[in-house]
Design a protein around this ligand. Structure first.
Ligand code: GAR
Length: 209
C-alpha cells in the first residue's frame, strides 16, 4: 500500500511540485493526499489542483495567535485525509511540541542550508557572509528543536564568486527539487539511509603554467 503523503506549504510550492511530480509514478511508495497552505494566496495551491491534488488553505490569521487551535484544525484536516506522512515544503510556521509529537516519526522538512549550520532564516545571505565555499540543503525529520531533527539527506553546491543571496537561492532550489523527492522515496519505503547529492564542484584546471 502506498503511504498517504500530505504536503504543507506557505508559498510558491516548487518543492511541493517536485514531490508531487515524483509521486505521479505508480511505483512510488508515497501518494499525495492533500496540500495545505497556511496562506490562502499561496501560488502552490492552484498548482496542486492543476495536478488533481486536493489543496486547501487554512489561514493561521483566523486563529489570532492561538497556535494550538490552528494546529488542532490542521491535524483534524490531515487526519481526515488519512495522512501517514507530512512533508513540510516551505511551510513557514513554527510548530508547537504538541503538533510535533502527534506526527513524530512521520514528519519531514526541507531546510535551505547544510544543517546543523544556519538553522532559521536568511540562510543564503548568512552562508555568503560567513565566507563559506559551499552551501546546500538538508531534509530532516522534524523534532521539537527547530531545524535539528535526524538528517535524512543533504545536497551541496559551490558558492561562486559574485553570488548574491538571490542567485544562490535559485541555484540551490534546483538541488532541493532533486534531494527532497529522493529522500521521500526512501522515507515512504521505511528506509532512512541518508541521501547525498554533490553538485558540480569544479576542480581547478592545471592553469597556464
Ligand atoms: C525552499 O527554499 C525551502 O527550503 C525553504 O523555503 C523555500 C520554499 O520554496 N524552507 C525554509 O526556509 C524552511 N525553514 P518553495 O515554496 O518554492 O518550495
Amino acid at each position: 500500500m502506498r503511504k498517504r503523503v500530505a504536503i504543507l506549504i506557505s508559498g510558491g510550492g516548487s518543492n511541493m511540485l517536485a514531490l508531487a511530480r515524483d509521486m505521479a509514478d505508480r511505483n512510488h511508495p508515497g501518494l499525495p493526499c492533500v496540500v495545505v497552505s497556511n496562506r490562502p494566496d499561496a501560488g502552490g495551491l492552484e498548482k496542486a489542483r492543476e495536478m488533481g491534488i486536493d489543496a486547501l488553505a487554512l489561514d493561521h490569521r483566523i486563529f489570532k495567535g492561538d497556535r494550538a487551535a490552528f494546529e488542532a484544525e490542521l491535524t483534524r484536516t490531515l487526519e481526515e485525509y488519512g495522512t501517514e506522512i507530512v512533508c513540510l515544503a516551505g511551510f513557514m510556521r513554527i510548530l508547537t511540541p504538541a503538533f510535533i509529537d502527534r506526527w513524530a516519526g512521520q514528519m519531514i522538512n526541507i531546510h535551505p542550508s547544510i544543517l546543523p549550520l544556519f538553522p532559521g532564516l536568511e540562510t543564503h545571505r548568512r552562508a555568503i557572509e560567513a565566507g563559506m565555499s559551499v552551501h546546500g540543503c538538508t531534509v530532516h525529520e522534524v523534532t521539537a528543536d527547530l531545524d535539528s531533527g535526524p538528517i535524512l539527506g543533504q545536497a551541496v553546491i559551490p558558492i561562486e564568486r559574485g553570488d548574491t543571496p538571490g542567485t544562490l537561492a535559485s541555484r540551490l532550489l534546483k538541488m532541493e527539487h532533486r534531494l527532497y523527492p529522493a529522500v521521500l522515496r526512501r522515507f515512504a519505503a521505511g528506509d532512512r539511509t541518508k541521501v547525498t547529492i554533490m553538485g558540480d564542484v569544479q576542480e581547478p584546471g592545471p592553469g597556464p603554467g
